[in-house]
Design a protein around this ligand. Structure first.
Ligand code: TXA
Ligand code: MG
Length: 350
């Protein structure tokens, strides 16, 4: 399949008819990857089961892993979800458009192919203006998982999508880097006390400020087992993984640096080894393949760079990575949820 790549200047979204063409592909049941503020999404008409099925094929995604749907207007919440309670409405008003996905009871208009066989559906209204205009022109909700091949790090740049999806989908909309760089927070609103299933930019305390008590899935930072699985179906799968074997070293900064530096001395293959560290601790190391993920003080840089660096390791053919842990104040859970998964939960405490 030929994949068309179109460039959209986000200051002139409506120049030309490129987004109209993208919307037409959606109406005809095709696949279009598009930018959002979290990560790039792989979109299809959420109400068309044949189109949704193509998403699973293009990604190599297991069919029990539901898709979240994207809307361009808060009013559409009731088009696709039923029994929307007061708390969900409050969260929509507070955080939409933005990086928050709410799990709600689905209406019949959403086919079970889209919902992975569940009676619920995840809904989000993205903040990215290119995404919203595209959804509006498509005149439907757009089902979209992250636009990576299943198991790979999520794409935060059009180049990442091109790497994974060229030849598999109809079109890729290229419009700069995703502003946040980490997938949305998912909160299950079908429970008496809502529960966060995936941590993201919108934190537990931000949500609690609006609706009071919420819980968090205890499995967010734990290794899934046969008996204990995370509540979001997709979170049990190996994910975000670079090709390299990745170790997370946890402990006091200096102890971590000592451990990593000792390990680096004994390498048989230094060119194929890399380290991932923070700006604050970079001075402890003297190693060629060092990626600085960002500052522990500017946590948003860490969100922004994480997936890009994991993909860079693949491009460099790295086989072994030592990473510090980033349990920072605000987004530590969100960062470590992704990093631990990427490492297959290989953590070494020093
Ligand atoms: O930021 C995002 O959320 C991005 C952009 C493109 O919007 N999308 C995204 O989709 O991350 P995806 O499919 O890669 O991750 C969605 C996660 C999966 O783990 C899936 O299992 C879970 O949400 N999920 C979807 N529908 C669900 C439902 N009804 N109940 C529980 N979990 C659900
Ligand atoms: Mg994903």
């Amino acid at each position: 399949m030929d994949t068309r790549i179109i460039q959209i200047d986000r200051h002139h979204i409506d120049d030309g008819d490129k987004l109209h063409e993208a919307a037409r592909i959606i109406k005809e049941g095709g696949l279009v990857a598009f930018p959002t503020e979290t990560v790039y999404g792989l979109g299809a008409d959420a109400c068309n089961p044949e189109a949704a099925k193509k998403i699973y094929q293009a990604k190599g995604r297991p069919s029990d892993n539901p898709l979240i749907i994207h809307i361009s207007d808060i009013k559409d919440l009731d088009t696709y979800a039923k029994n929307v309670g007061a708390k969900a409405r409050k969260l929509a008003l507070a955080f939409w458009p933005g990086p928050l996905t709410m799990i709600l009871e689905k209406k019949d208009i959403i086919p079970s192919t889209t919902s992975g066989g569940l009676e619920t559906v995840g809904i989000r209204m993205p903040a990215d203006e290119v995404a919203r205009r595209f959804i509006e022109l498509a005149e439907t909700a757009i089902a979209a998982p992250s636009a990576n091949v299943s198991g790979r790090p999520s794409p935060t740049k059009a180049d990442h999508v091109i790497e994974d999806m060229c030849g598999r989908i109809d079109m890729i909309i290229d419009a700069d880097r995703s502003r946040i760089g980490l997938e949305s927070t998912i909160v299950d609103m079908t429970r008496d006390i809502p529960m966060i299933l995936r941590p993201g930019f919108v934190t537990k305390s931000m949500i609690e400020e609006v609706i009071g008590e919420v819980e968090a899935d205890a499995m967010m930072l734990a290794k899934p087992t046969q008996d204990r699985k995370p509540k979001a179906p997709g979170m049990k799968y190996r994910h975000y993984a670079p090709k390299a074997k990745l170790y997370i070293i946890e402990g006091e900064e200096k102890d971590v640096a000592k451990y990593i530096n000792t390990a680096l001395v004994h390498l048989s293959n230094p060119e194929k080894t890399a380290i991932m560290v923070s700006k604050e601790t970079a001075g402890y190391y003297d190693f060629a393949n060092m990626e600085i993920i960002g500052s522990r003080e500017e946590e948003s840089d860490i969100l922004y760079n994480l997936f890009d660096i994991l993909r860079k390791f693949d491009a460099m053919d790295i086989e072994l990575v030592y990473s510090e842990a980033f349990y920072s104040q605000r987004w530590g859970d969100a960062i470590m949820n992704r990093l631990l998964k990427a490492a297959g939960y290989n953590r070494i405490k020093v």
